[in-house]
Design a protein around this ligand. Structure first.
Ligand code: NAI
Length: 325
């Protein structure tokens, strides 16, 4: 079996080569993202392997189908970049539902601690032998209220971590369950009562820009927002305004609405034309990482193992337990 592997990065290749070679799956690693213009590169392949910022719209699906591609193997959990309706009956989509909820939840906490203890500022200062503490006053997480939106695999791990810090945990989920030490509330109550809000729900029509001008106004003044889920959960323009008005005290963003134009690539010698992203990055109380939360050794191995397993299962049995329905 041959698979075109789009948006390949050096850190992806070793584990995919290892698991692929034992299972008889050959990957053609391509640096480019999958788009309408690059879909033809899958010619001669049985399937394509794609990530969060590849485009899998109707045009791409039709092109891939015409090339004889039968399977799109997402090497991620979210599938908001796939036109599922259009794919139905044409191409099968499989994904990696969980590879390490710990990787993402721990990154969310790393960002939160960095933000509230001003580690990003302190690191730069001491590198320059500036040992002044002025402006570095933080606050204790102990006793603070964290609001978790989406208590699935990642949200639950994040709740466990927050418990260890002695935080009060509120949660909102469309499908709430029983979690010890977690109180489910309405979304409005969560916005009103939380000192810190962390987003762990998928991007859907319902959750698209759930953080907007109106909902930001409902939040506690000085709230810290964490988004390790999908960029479009937050209206980035409203976020900038909220920070300028001091309604939002800090933002920890591993994802950004328009990230596919930038993330995973080096723009250090370019003028970035996205003024909202540039403004956010310029703010002292905003921390941006480049969709990095998943990136641990454990997660990379799990992603490769599950993806290769999905491919083998589909081509051997016609079925796959990780098929996106
Ligand atoms: P999951 O499917 O286990 O949990 C999602 C939770 O959100 C579920 O409990 C579900 O009931 C809830 N939910 C669904 N619709 C909702 C709504 N309208 N309002 C509130 N809650 C809602 O997913 P998991 O594995 O915890 O991942 C969460 C998200 O994290 C993914 O959708 C993905 O976008 C993102 N992610 C980000 C990564 C990164 O590297 N930054 C890596 C992996 C996932």
């Amino acid at each position: 079996m041959k698979f075109a592997f789009f948006d390949a990065k050096p850190y992806d290749i070793p584990s995919f080569e290892e698991y692929g070679s034992t299972a008889g799956v050959k990957f053609k690693f391509l640096e480019t993202k999958l788009t309408e213009d690059t879909a033809d590169l899958a010619k001669g392949c049985d399937g394509v392997c794609v990530f969060v910022n590849d485009t899998v719209n109707a045009e791409v699906i039709d092109k891939l189908q015409s090339l004889g591609v039968r399977l799109i193997a997402l090497r991620c959990a979210g599938y908001n970049n796939v036109d599922m309706k259009h794919a139905e009956g044409k191409i099968t989509i499989v994904r990696v539902p969980a590879y390490s909820p710990y990787a993402v939840a721990e990154h969310a906490m790393a960002m939160l601690l960095t933000s509230v203890r001003r580690i990003h500022k302190a690191y730069i200062r001491t590198k320059d032998f500036n040992f002044s503490l002025n402006g570095l006053t933080g606050f204790d997480l102990h006793g603070k209220t964290v609001g978790i939106v989406g208590t699935g695999k990642i949200g639950r791990v994040f709740a466990d971590i927050c418990k260890g810090f002695g935080m009060k945990i509120l949660a909102y989920d469309k499908f709430p369950s029983e979690i010890e030490g977690v109180s489910y509330v309405t979304l409005d109550e969560l916005f009103e009562q939380s000192d810190i809000i962390s987003l762990h729900c998928p991007l859907t029509k319902e959750t698209d820009r759930m953080i907007n001008k109106k909902t930001i106004r409902k939040m506690k003044k000085g709230v810290i927002l964490i988004n390790t889920s999908r960029g479009a959960l937050i209206d980035a323009e409203a976020l900038v305004e909220g920070i300028k008005e001091r309604q939002i005290g800090g933002a920890c963003l591993d994802v950004y609405e328009e990230e596919s134009d930038f993330f995973f690539n080096d723009f250090s010698n370019h003028i970035v034309h996205d003024d909202i992203l540039a403004r956010l990055i310029s703010m002292p109380n905003v921390i941006v990482t480049s969709h990095q939360a998943f990136l641990t050794e454990e997660a990379l191995r799990n992603i490769a193992e599950t993806t290769v397993g999905n491919i083998v299962s589909f081509f051997e049995t016609g079925e796959c337990e990780n098929k996106v329905k």
